[in-house]
Design a protein around this ligand. Structure first.
Ligand SMILES: [Zn+2]
Length: 89
């Protein structure tokens, strides 16, 4: 596929998104008795659907898409230059 911004041939996109993460939070007394150390234990990695998703060109870092269906269509050759191409027309 050609990036519509830099026109390089690309076969993948960089995908950025925000996720909520949950840890179990406790504190630990360090042996000297004076200091307390916070401790995070991973509970669940992802609590929600990713938000603020961006699909970015790996060559020029241009944001090309903000949703997975468009990114899929692009990487499978169904979008050229940002437009959906209908087969057989
Ligand atoms: Zn590009």
């Amino acid at each position: 596929m050609k990036c519509p911004n830099c026109h390089e041939d690309i076969t993948d996109l960089r995908c950025f998104s925000l996720l909520w993460r949950e840890d179990r939070f406790t504190v630990e007394q360090i042996e000297d008795g004076e200091h307390i150390k916070p401790k995070y234990e991973p509970d669940q990695i992802c609590l929600s659907e990713p938000v603020n998703v961006e699909f970015v060109c790996p060559e020029c870092d241009a944001k090309l898409f903000d949703n997975e269906p468009s990114a899929i269509a692009f990487l499978s050759g169904k979008i050229v230059g940002g437009q959906l191409e209908k087969k057989g027309e």
